[in-house]
Ligand binder design. Structure first.
Ligand code: C2E
Ligand code: MG
Ligand code: MG
Ligand code: MG
Length: 276
């Protein structure tokens, strides 16, 4: 009987589930080492004003440069880090590194470029976040309005009241707030009039369809109009073709980010191409 049970158990853990659990544990362990060994790197992707054509800033996107696996994408390890809680340490490193970098770039180039950082839901909910950002801004001497925090609509699901309070505290210190992947998450639009935010980032799936799918084009057009009437900036992300760019320009989208204008690059390459 015991043998039978054991067999069942073995079967239960065979297959996909075991693989997933094992992979997660592997990533978790490796991630601790990655933080220690400084294998985490920030890449930067430029963001442009669609009217003037000027670069207005960039988004910091984390990469794990593993000695054997090569470059591991955040899509693989951010969800694990979010689950294990490692996202807090990792996220603090991102905030510090990105703030230090943009302060230096602005000093060297005499410009006022803005740095966008992704803040995951668990990070957003962390009690210490506002104080932490305040201290990093002070340490790096970066003007708060040059820091933009990208949050997803998902943070509102947890507790709308708490989210509004937190956003107000962030606005008080002067940082900007963008809603990332806008249109794919939280389904109610009512939060838009309650959340003190600055910018909508139209999610890539809508941009993908903008030239072929009538509904996608209609949604993108509506988001742009919505943004204008709420006095929010609107940025399109994941723009890959000139045709998409042309349509977004005709719809009077404010800002653009995407491969058509620039892929995420490591610091040195970003400097060569966009700064110096
Ligand atoms: P996201 O914040 O929505 O970032 C946009 C993603 O689209 C990035 O993928 C970027 O490289 C990619 N992208 C930009 N333009 C194009 C394009 O024209 N075509 C295509 N196909 N892709 C484009 P990436 O770097 O793999 O990041 C994936 C996600 O991981 C991010 O989505 C963000 O949610 C998360 N992430 C990245 N870095 C961080 C970080 O430092 N902290 C946290 N919490 N999350 C991060
Ligand atoms: Mg983002
Ligand atoms: Mg996005
Ligand atoms: Mg995202």
């Amino acid at each position: 009987r015991a043998k039978e049970q054991g067999k069942n158990q073995a079967q239960f853990f065979d297959g996909k589930m075991e693989q997933t659990v094992c992979q997660k544990t592997m990533i978790e362990t490796a991630l601790y080492q990655a933080i220690e060994k400084r294998e985490l790197k920030l890449f930067y992707q430029p963001q442009f004003d669609l009217v003037t054509g000027d670069m207005i800033g960039m988004e910091a996107l984390i990469r794990w440069v593993h000695p054997e696996m090569g470059i591991v994408s955040p899509g693989v390890f951010i969800p694990v880090a979010e689950e294990t809680g490692q996202i807090i340490v990792l996220g603090e490193w991102v905030i510090e590194e990105a703030c230090r970098q943009i302060k230096q770039w602005n000093e060297q180039s005499g410009r006022s470029l803005q740095m966008s950082i992704n803040i995951s839901p668990k990070q957003f909910l962390q009690e210490n976040l506002v104080n932490y950002i305040t201290s990093v801004l002070k340490e790096t001497n970066l003007p708060a309005e040059l820091l933009d925090l990208e949050i997803t609509e998902g943070v509102a699901v947890f507790n709308e009241k708490y989210t509004i309070e937190k956003l107000k505290r962030l606005k008080q210190i002067g940082v900007h707030i963008s809603i990332d992947d806008f249109g794919t998450g939280y389904s109610s639009l009512s939060y838009l009039r309650k959340f003190p935010i600055d910018r909508l980032k139209i999610a890539k799936p809508f941009i993908d369809g903008i030239t072929e799918v009538e509904e996608d084009a209609a949604i993108v057009a509506s988001i742009i109009v919505l943004g204008k009437s709420l006095k929010l900036r609107v940025i399109a992300e994941g723009v890959e073709t000139n045709e998409q760019l042309r349509i977004l320009r005709s719809l009077r989208c404010d800002e653009i980010q995407g491969y058509v204008l620039g892929k995420p690059l490591p610091k040195e390459e970003f400097e060569k191409v966009y700064l110096f």
